[in-house]
Design a protein around this ligand. Sequence first.
Ligand SMILES: [Zn+2]
Length: 271
Amino acid sequence: MPILVLTIVILGLGYRLYRRRAKAQLRKDWLATPLTDHERAIVHEQVPLVRTLPDHLQQKLEGKINLFLSEFDFYGYNGLEITEEIELSIAAQACILVMNTDAWFDHLTNVMVYPGAFRAKQAHHDGYVVTEVNETRSGESWSRGPVILSWDCVAQGAANDKDGHNVVFHEFAHQLDDLTGHTNGVPILGKDQTFARWERVILDAFDRHVANTERGRKTAMDPYGAENHQEFFAVAIETFFEKPERFKKEEPEVYAELSKLLRLDPLEWTK
Ligand SMILES: [Zn+2]
């Protein structure tokens, strides 16, 4: 009897190991697979920023897009039919954040897309009073859950890549932030980064941003970044890609930390 149990355990472990290896191999294959010419044309049309990337980054991005499409399902709501354009545009923008690192959206379950801005019920806590407010949203990121996006806002954000607003960058920055188990503006840092330095640089910059916003001073970053630390991180990511020159001038240390985190320097390809 113990031999039978042992055999079953060994077979079970062997099967799990086999499945894990098969999954890792599949992942590797996707990462090495380029887009088809047809898919590449759609990405270049939908997300003009991709056209400006150096070749080695475009190659890496295409592999990540393929992996993204193989792992995550897209669901359309309010009558929206999910098309190739929608999938490729969202996957491309999300993967720009991780095209040069090993980071992946391990907590993402799926992508939900609405045709326009959608309404979400939000509870506001003020002392003992909880008020339910119907808010209009362009995007939402759930911890260990889906990313919800408005297609109108996604398309607009991709078409204008110089205004500092990109809902896909924003929501997927929250997904990266969540990988530590807490969405708090401190993502999993790169090997050449330290928590002490990140904390000092980001907290100082956050305080400056709050002060600037309160005084009505315009900066590269959108005032929404002054909400809290996690929004500061998400808005900083949008600004990093869309207004790199001004952002680096205003917040050189934040720019350097984000550059180390993502192993990217958008100034290299925007110049
Ligand atoms: Zn946010």
